[in-house]
Design a protein around this ligand. Structure first.
Ligand code: KG4
Ligand code: ZN
Length: 338
């Protein structure tokens, strides 16, 4: 089954072609980071308009790269939510239009389900069941995953998401938008422990998170310090270590409470090198395995949408071309596939 995947939930246009027999054939992502940089955050209307400009050229490029023709598609999958309403509508309407024109099914996919299943695209995919940590710009959730669509929420953030905390702290340190990756890079040059930051809720005894206080603690810290380059790097290193400490501790607790021995990391913060290093070390001593998506598939992309679409279509196909978008959508409310 050859599935075209279209992701337009936020500030990346992602398009991919996935074949259920041959795997991922091609994928392309256009980032709008430069477009939104001068505003310090995503401007929804600009995002929608840019998705309109980028999606069809990316579809053509992906097809050319894969050596495939449009009329060979068996289905088109798109991100139905959660995300920005206007941005989602662009992907949903283009995908439904292509599918209608070809007479093949169009399927709306949950963005977080895409992230969650993205490690299945890697060379050593995890088997079900597993515990998944979803760490993106909008979400920080621990889920128990028994199969496609069989998700149980174990715990989530009470306020900011981990990626959001990276981005906001980066802004406090003057690193611009989106600051997560830049902050991580700076942290590699700094000394952790020189300035002490809290590890919010690390001993709360549950699987909930809270990251907004950490950003405030950084703000207090930088107000009382001379912010030269060395200090900035040290604060970045300590901030990153605080987030990683909490994420690793909660992952271990989730594995212990469910009894599972496989951990999947998904979402943009999953690209963080220090997080991977620490999780690998914890896995080596803790008797569990950890699985990551390929680095390029950690952040938003069309490949995860094409994959999730293909897995759901194998179970059942939609029969019409009516579509909607769901800017807010609870992952645990999804039906099981099949
Ligand atoms: O999954 P994603 O692309 O978009 C959402 O669905 O939110 O995640 C984006 C988030 C941003 O907050 C970004 O700063 C963060 O992931 N991020 C990172 C790194 N790369 C991306 N955070 C920490 N370290 C990184 N290397
Ligand atoms: Zn995402």
């Amino acid at each position: 089954m050859l599935v075209l995947g279209i992701e337009t939930s936020c500030d990346e246009t992602g398009v991919a072609l996935y074949d259920s027999a041959r795997g991922l054939l091609a994928h392309e992502v256009h980032s709008q980071a430069a477009l939104h940089a001068e505003y310090g955050g995503v401007v929804p209307e600009l995002a929608s308009r840019d998705h309109i400009r980028r999606t069809l050229p990316l579809v053509r490029r992906v097809l050319a790269r894969a050596g495939a023709r449009l009329d060979e598609l068996d289905a088109v999958a798109y991100t139905e939510g959660p995300g920005l309403a206007g941005a989602l509508l662009v992907g949903a309407s283009i995908a439904s239009g292509i599918a209608y024109g070809l007479g093949v099914p169009a399927l709306g996919v949950h963005h977080l389900e895409g992230h969650l299943l993205s490690p299945l695209l890697s060379r050593t995919p995890p088997a079900f069941p597993f515990v998944a940590l979803l760490v993106s710009g909008g979400h920080t959730q621990l889920m128990e995953v028994a199969g496609v669509g069989r998700y149980r929420l174990l715990g989530e953030t009470l306020d900011d998401a981990a990626g959001e905390a990276f981005d906001k702290t980066a802004q406090v340190l003057g690193l611009g938008y989106p600051g997560g990756p830049a902050l991580a890079q700076l942290a590699d040059r700094g000394r952790r422990g020189r300035h002490r930051l809290p590890r919010p809720m690390i001993a709360s005894g549950d699987l909930e998170f809270s990251f907004s206080g950490l950003k405030t603690a950084v703000l207090t810290l930088v107000r009382s310090a001379v912010l030269d380059e060395g200090t900035k790097a040290d604060v970045a290193a300590e901030f990153q270590e605080a987030v990683v400490d909490v994420l690793v501790a909660k992952c271990r607790a989730a594995l212990a409470s469910t009894g599972h021995r496989r951990l999947v990391i998904a979402g943009g913060v999953g690209a963080n090198r220090r997080l991977r290093e620490r999780l690998d070390a914890a896995a080596a001593t803790g008797g569990f395995e950890v699985f990551y998506p390929e680095l390029a598939l950690c952040t938003d992309n069309g490949a995860m949408i094409a994959l999730a679409g293909a897995l759901r279509l194998q179970a059942s196909a939609p029969r019409d071309y009516a579509f909607t978008v769901r800017p807010r959508w609870d992952l645990a409310a999804l039906p099981a596939a099949g």
